[in-house]
Design a protein around this ligand. Structure first.
Ligand SMILES: Cc1cc2nc3c(=O)[nH]c(=O)nc-3n(C[C@H](O)[C@H](O)[C@H](O)COP(=O)(O)OP(=O)(O)OC[C@H]3O[C@@H](n4cnc5c(N)ncnc54)[C@H](O)[C@@H]3O)c2cc1C
Length: 385
């Protein structure tokens, strides 16, 4: 089959790219290796600021499972602060339902095709007239059969590996081990926890050297509890997380389930995110993840939307594909590069993380004196996280 745009991966980046491209009339296919009708556990803590959804014009749906107004931060030396910034609400999503709702919106356009249960395995190209067609080999997860999908533009939204974009020649510097966030997560029964509070526990004392453990209450009954640390330290994240859960959750610790292990790019963002012959990347595939926190949902949604929109407008002859690079360079790439430099300074050791907490004290003091001023600026910075 021939399409204008093929999108690989039905995470937040791919779903938003699909919606943006279909809305603009492009004949679009979304290829996703998740199997239809088979429930899956998202490799994510599912936390996102409400400012992210607002800035993208997405109204909240039943996939918002919880709204938290407090953040309890425990520093590497064990001191704790509870922040309750006004005007900032942290949402915990049901990501599977959220992505399904974006895909359902895209499906309202007759020019959109959703192809779940297929994995893109390789890419090749051929010239036909003035067009350069990309052919994806896509393999059915169920039968193993390979089918061919032709399109003029391929947007790789397949997450950190971005195999197809790499194969197609987009330059991706190798990831250093310390630039990969190694994560483990459980869902834990937590009826006694305050469901209005996100918890973050930093440092080795809690089993997260140079990283942190999160407790995000998803409902009044259970929470996403996970750990993320920079790679290359030989940390057994599963073991450390289980020890933390035993300590923090007491008699409920054994009621844990849905274990996942996954990685996040804590690397600098890619500087080239499209090629003249029609390859684009968005979300984790473009390494658009805030490396100080590991938050990537907002970046994925934003970059997916921009990639889909630019691709569709390019096919109408309105824009060069490099316009996508231009907007990324004007908006998120400098922010992500700053975050990367900060991450390298802050997460050197427990001591450097502790120093950062001390450095934040004046900001907390300022927040007491001029809360609206601080909150307004924080909200502006939370557009992507
Ligand atoms: C444990 C953990 C916790 C996290 N918690 C948070 C959080 O609380 N808040 C936050 O903002 N960020 C969080 N992140 C980061 C966030 O999950 C990612 O940044 C975000 O999911 C990136 O979205 P994406 O669409 O680029 O990629 P993904 O969400 O990885 O989606 C990629 C999709 O592509 C599919 N796919 C992959 N390869 C192929 C292929 N070859 N063919 C077809 N389909 C393919 C995958 O199945 C998947 O559906 C977390 C990450 C981890 C690992």
């Amino acid at each position: 089959m021939r399409y204008d745009i093929s999108i690989i991966g039905g995470g937040p980046a791919g779903a938003m790219a699909a919606l943006a491209a279909s809305r603009r009339g492009a004949k679009t296919i979304l290829i996703d290796d998740k199997q239809p009708g088979v429930p899956y556990v998202s490799a994510c803590a599912e936390g996102v600021g409400d400012a992210v959804l607002k800035s993208l014009g997405l109204s909240e749906g039943p996939w918002v499972m919880n709204r938290c107004h407090n953040i309890k931060i425990t520093a590497p030396n064990g001191t704790t602060r509870v922040l309750a910034p006004k005007g900032l609400t942290a949402l915990v999503l049901d990501r599977a339902a959220f992505e399904a709702s974006l895909i359902a919106q895209a499906s309202e356009y007759p020019n959109f095709n959703y192809s779940p249960g297929y994995r893109a395995t390789s890419i090749s190209g051929h010239k036909s007239g003035i067009n350069y067609w990309k052919t994806l080999d896509v393999q059915s997860i169920q039968t193993g059969e390979i089918e061919k999908v032709d399109s003029l533009i391929v947007i790789d939204c397949s997450g950190i590996r971005a195999t197809i974009a790499k194969q197609a020649g987009l330059y991706m510097p190798p990831l250093k081990r310390s630039d990969i966030g190694v994560c483990s997560q459980y869902r834990v029964l937590s009826p006694e926890l305050d469901e209005d509070t996100f918890e973050l526990w930093f440092g080795s004392k809690y089993g997260a050297p140079r990283g942190y453990i999160w407790v995000f209450p998803k409902t009044s009954c259970y929470s996403n509890v996970g750990i993320g640390v920079p790679g290359g330290q030989g940390v057994d994240t599963k073991k450390n997380l289980e020890e933390f859960i035993n300590w923090r959750f007491g008699r409920y610790a054994e009621f844990r389930s849905h274990y996942i292990r996954a990685s996040i790019p804590l690397a600098p963002p890619l500087r080239q995110v499209s090629t003249p012959d029609g390859i684009m990347v968005a979300g984790d595939a473009a390494r658009f993840c805030i490396s100080t926190t590991g938050a990537g949902i907002g970046m994925a949604l934003w970059s997916g939307r921009e990639a889909g929109a630019v691709a569709a407008n390019h096919l109408k002859g309105h824009l060069p594909l490099s316009h996508y690079d231009d907007i990324c360079h004007k908006t998120i790439i400098p922010k992500l590069e700053r975050a990367y430099r900060l991450k390298n300074r802050v997460t050197k050791s427990d001591e450097s993380m502790q120093r950062y907490f001390y450095a934040l004290q004046p900001l907390l003091w300022l927040h007491n004196v001029a809360p609206r001023w601080v909150e307004k600026r924080a909200a502006r910075n939370m557009r992507f996280a």
